[in-house]
Design a protein. Structure first.
Length: 203
């Protein structure tokens, strides 16, 4: 079923479940090449969320700012390729919500351990805000914060469960959003963590 969070924002409950069997080995392969790490924000704080990337472009942050790079700053090599099954899931989820022919060139993998959070922010580092963003939640349940166009707008709380896929585009593309500190029960497949994949057209 297609749950509507906004005019152009949807959650597809359990949409990724048919794909999840393939995820742990795919994540292990990405991690072996480009490990998850806690990057530093321009303000000088280490993020509580650890990240890595796959695909042509990867999102990074350091003292100089936020941006997309072709190579992993940790090892100087290109980010690992996006597994075809990831791109297929992202394309299918986008099509299910009315965004035809979504071709992501970037997949950011965020890993939350208990206590990790993401403060309210906008995603503005992509070249074209016309393309949607597709996000896949795995592991522990998170409370997602879905705000408005201003940071001060009241944010709705939405639980995101293992296997849920969210799609954000159009007028909802620049809404503020975040994730509450992770807490709760370990997940049977992934243990005490949440992993989120975010697919974007960045370049
Ligand atoms: C709503 N990640 O990496 S994905 C991020 O669960 C990020 O790890 C969160 O926000 C996570 O930037 C949330 C869902 C998401 C992504 C982009 C959005 C929601 C969005 C853009 C506009 C509105
Ligand atoms: Fe974001």
């Amino acid at each position: 079923e297609r749950e509507r969070l906004g005019p152009c924002a949807f959650v597809l409950r359990g949409f990724a479940l048919p794909y999840v069997e393939g995820f742990p080995p795919a994540i292990a392969a990405i991690e072996a090449h480009s490990p998850f790490r806690n990057m530093v924000t321009p303000g000088g704080f280490a993020m509580s969320v650890a990240l890595t990337n796959c695909g042509q472009l990867g999102w990074v942050t350091d003292r100089r700012g936020y941006r997309y790079t072709r190579t992993d700053p940790g090892n100087g090599k290109p980010w690992p390729a996006m597994p075809p099954a990831f791109a297929g899931l992202a394309r299918d989820a986008a099509a299910a919500t009315g965004f035809e022919s979504f071709e992501p060139d970037a997949c950011l993998l965020n890993r939350y351990l208990p206590g990790a959070r993401m403060t309210l922010h906008q995603d503005r580092n992509e070249r074209d805000f016309g393309a949607p963003i597709v996000s896949v939640s795995l592991g522990m349940t998170a409370t997602f914060l879905f705000g408005g166009r201003e940071r001060s707008d009241t944010a709705a709380r939405v639980a995101l469960y293992h296997g849920d896929v969210a799609v954000w585009g159009g007028e909802d593309r620049l809404r503020y959003h975040g994730v509450m500190p992770l807490k709760g029960d370990p997940h049977p497949l992934l243990g005490s963590q949440r992993i989120n994949f975010t697919f974007r057209k960045a370049g």
